[in-house]
Ligand binder design. Structure first.
Ligand code: PLP
Length: 391
C-alpha cells in the first residue's frame, strides 16, 4: 500500500494552542489514577449555570426550537444584547451590528481573518490569551507583541501601542480585565488609545471584554464602547461563558462596524451556520433574568483572589500582584531560578496542583505562572498549604 503523504496547507503549521486544555487532560488522567488533584489550571467558573438559565434552555427545546436560526442570531437575543449594553454602559449599539457566535473565541478568529494577511501586522498583548497569537499567525499576518509588564500592574501604556503602529498595522487587540494577569487598564489609557487611533483610520481595534463583569479591584472596568470617536473602527468581543458560567454552551457575541459585519456574517454562514437555538434562548434569559448570580460570582472571585494573592506572597519564591479582575493570580516565580514550565510540572507532578506556565501566554510570560481562582475557597486553601509545605 502506498504511504499517504498529507500535503496539507502550510498555514496549518502556524496554529498554536491553549495549554490550559493540555494541563486539564493531564490533571484528569492523574485524578483517574487516584491522585488528589486540585485544579487551578482551566479558566472557567466553578459555579453551575444558574437554574433559571438552564430552565430557559430546556423550555426552548420543549417548545420545539430545534432548527436553524438566523445565522446572525435570533433577533430577540440581539435586541437583548443591545439593551444590556445600554443598561450597563449607557451606549447605543444597534442589534444590526451584533453577531451571535458559538463562543467569544470565534470573534478572535473572525477578526484575524478579516484583518490579517501576508504583509500585514497585528498587535496583541503578551502575556495574553494564546489564541490571539495563534489566530494572527494562521491569518498570515505578522504577530507583533506589546508587553504587559508587571511593573505597570500588567496594564499597557497607550503611547507604547500607538508607537508600534506602522503602515502594515491592520489590527490591534486589547484585553481588559486580562487573562492571564488579572490586570485592568485604567480609563485614561483607553481614552488616550481611542484618541490616538483617530489618526489611524486604517487600523481596527478589537477589545476583548469577556471578563468585564468580573472586575473587583481599585481600577473600574471601562468598555471601549465608551469612546464614540472610534466606534467605526471597533470590534467588541464578549459573551456568556464567564459572566453566566456557560462555557460549555458555546455562546458569545461580537459587535462590528457595518462594513466588517457584512463579511463576519458571511464567515458565520460559511463556518457554523448559526448558534445552537436552545442556547440562544437561554442567553436571552441570562441577560433579562436576575443578575444576582453575577454579583455572587464576582464577590466570590474577589474574596478568593484576595486570599490567594496574599497567601502566595507569604511563600518563598512567589511574588504576586493583587489582581484587579478576571479570576486569575499571576505570581512572579523568578527568584526560584526555575522556568515557568518546571514550576508548572513540579506543582502538578509532586503536589497535585494544576496551574498553567506563564510561557503558555507568550514569551513575556516566562518567570510567571497562572493560578485560577475558579475553585472553592477550601480547594484554594488546600493548594496554598501544599505549596507552603514544599517551597
Ligand atoms: N478571551 C479571553 C481573554 C478568554 O480568556 C477566553 C476564554 O478563556 C475567551 C476569550 C474565549 O471565551 P469563550 O469560551 O466564550 O470562547
Amino acid at each position: 500500500m502506498n504511504k499517504i503523504i498529507y500535503n496539507f496547507a502550510n498555514r496549518n503549521n502556524n496554529l498554536g494552542t491553549e495549554t490550559a486544555f493540555t494541563v486539564l487532560a493531564k490533571a484528569n488522567k492523574l485524578a483517574a489514577e487516584g491522585k488528589s488533584i486540585i485544579n487551578l489550571g482551566i479558566g472557567q467558573p466553578d459555579f453551575p449555570t444558574p437554574e433559571h438559565i438552564v430552565e430557559a434552555g430546556i423550555k426552548a427545546l420543549r417548545d420545539g426550537h430545534h432548527g436553524y436560526t438566523q445565522s446572525t442570531g435570533i433577533p430577540k437575543l440581539r435586541e437583548a444584547v443591545s439593551e444590556d449594553i445600554f443598561k450597563r454602559h449607557n451606549q447605543n449599539v444597534s442589534p444590526e451590528n451584533i453577531l451571535i457566535v458559538p463562543g467569544g473565541k470565534v470573534i478572535i478568529f473572525f477578526a484575524a481573518m478579516l484583518m490579517g494577511e501576508k504583509n500585514k501586522e497585528i498587535l496583541y498583548p503578551n502575556p495574553g490569551f494564546p489564541i490571539y497569537e495563534s489566530a494572527i499567525n494562521y491569518s498570515g499576518a505578522k504577530a507583533v507583541p506589546y508587553e504587559l509588564s508587571e511593573k505597570k500592574g500588567f496594564s499597557f501604556s497607550a503611547e507604547d501601542i500607538l508607537n508600534k503602529i506602522n503602515d502594515k498595522t491592520s489590527l490591534i487587540i486589547i484585553n481588559s480585565p486580562a487573562n492571564p494577569t488579572g490586570g485592568v487598564v485604567p480609563k485614561i489609557e483607553l481614552e488616550k488609545l481611542a484618541k490616538g487611533l483617530e489618526k489611524h483610520p486604517n487600523v481596527i481595534l478589537m477589545s476583548d471584554e469577556i471578563y468585564d463583569q468580573f472586575c473587583f479591584g481599585s481600577t473600574p472596568f471601562t468598555s471601549m464602547l465608551s469612546f464614540p470617536n472610534i466606534r467605526d473602527q471597533l470590534i467588541i468581543l464578549n459573551g456568556w461563558s464567564k459572566t453566566y458560567a456557560m462555557t460549555g454552551w458555546r455562546l458569545g457575541y461580537g459587535i462590528f462596524p457595518t462594513k466588517l459585519y457584512e463579511i463576519a456574517e458571511k464567515l458565520a454562514v460559511n463556518i457554523h451556520s448559526c448558534v445552537n437555538a436552545s442556547a440562544q434562548y437561554a442567553a436571552i434569559e441570562a441577560l433579562q433574568g436576575s443578575q444576582e448570580c453575577v454579583v455572587e460570582m464576582n464577590n466570590a472571585f474577589k474574596k478568593r483572589a484576595y486570599y490567594m494573592y496574599k497567601s502566595l506572597n507569604d511563600i518563598d519564591g512567589f511574588n504576586c500582584q493583587e489582581p484587579n479582575g478576571a479570576f486569575y493570580c499571576f505570581p512572579n516565580i523568578k527568584v526560584t531560578n526555575k522556568s515557568s514550565t518546571i514550576i508548572q510540572n513540579e506543582l502538578l507532578d509532586n503536589l497535585g496542583i494544576a496551574t498553567v506556565a506563564g510561557t503558555s501566554f507568550g514569551k513575556y510570560g516566562e518567570g510567571f505562572i497562572r493560578l485560577s481562582c475558579a475553585n472553592s475557597s477550601e480547594a484554594i486553601q488546600e493548594a496554598i498549604e501544599r505549596i507552603k509545605a514544599v517551597y
